[in-house]
Design a protein around this ligand. Structure first.
Ligand code: MG
Length: 250
């Protein structure tokens, strides 16, 4: 059994803004806001993900909240319903689409020594809480000077993602939630894909992985011998990543 844990946004699915220069004529659209496509992939990438789901345990591992993940509706868009999905950057483990209470208890145990979310929220000001697991603010609304050090002293960390700031507990990660899936499934091997600094721990924990060349993680200089880098960008990188994963489970 192989677990293939993948980030979604800017790894396998792309918004119109992140799609890159070449948008093929037909795309599989998973999410839109008004007239704007916020998550799409190529038909070939979609087919490879279906094959991946059939031959391995595909675990979407996203920073999206549960509601944001459900909005993608993979069952409708791709015709697959992964048994396990990691949401809120590891804070929630969905099993058959529902939050797993045992993992929720483990997360509470893990954050017990960190500063409470409310205290961090007060420091940040205007924030949104993501499933009670971490905080999201607009970069423009937050005083970033000294924030990382302030957070580090309290068991939290900061990731600035373009116009958004994520502030998350250090002890809650995608790799920890995926390790739980690996434990439950008894999977011998872990494949991973991701584009952002929040995916680095997941890629590092994998036996083999892949990151897009246009990702923030790649731009930060992060490399690992067991992690391949795509040649293409945007939707083309998503297609490459899906093919890379499928190629390793057949
Ligand atoms: Mg991403």
């Amino acid at each position: 059994m192989i677990v293939a844990a993948t980030d979604l946004d800017r790894t396998l699915v792309h918004s119109a803004r992140a799609a890159g220069p070449v948008v093929p004529g037909s795309v599989v659209c998973l999410e839109r806001r008004g007239d704007v496509v916020t998550a799409m992939l190529t038909p070939r990438a979609a087919a490879d993900l279906v094959a991946l789901d059939r031959r391995a345990c595909w675990v979407p591992a996203t920073t999206r909240t549960v509601a944001e993940y459900r909005r993608l509706d993979l069952a409708r868009g791709l015709g697959v319903a992964p048994r396990f999905a990691v949401c809120a950057n590891g804070g929630v483990l969905l099993v058959d689409g529902e939050p797993d209470p045992a993992w929720a208890a483990e997360v509470r145990r893990r954050v017990a020594t960190a500063a409470p979310l409310a205290e961090v929220a007060r420091r940040l000001g205007a924030v949104r809480d993501a499933d009670g697991c971490f905080l999201v603010a607009r970069s423009a609304d937050v005083e970033l000077d000294g924030l990382a050090a302030w957070c580090a002293a309290r068991g939290w960390r900061v990731d600035v993602d373009r116009e958004k700031v994520h502030v998350l507990p250090v002890a809650v990660t995608k790799s920890a939630a995926v390790a739980e899936v690996r434990r439950r499934t008894g999977a011998a091997r872990l494949l991973a894909a991701g584009d952002s600094p929040l995916d680095a721990d997941l890629l590092a924990a994998a036996d083999a992985g892949v990151q897009p060349v246009d990702g923030r993680l790649h731009a930060s200089g992060w490399r690992a011998g067991h992690v391949a880098v795509t040649a293409g960008t945007g939707l083309a990188a998503g297609e490459e990543i899906a093919a890379w994963l499928r190629g390793r489970v057949t």
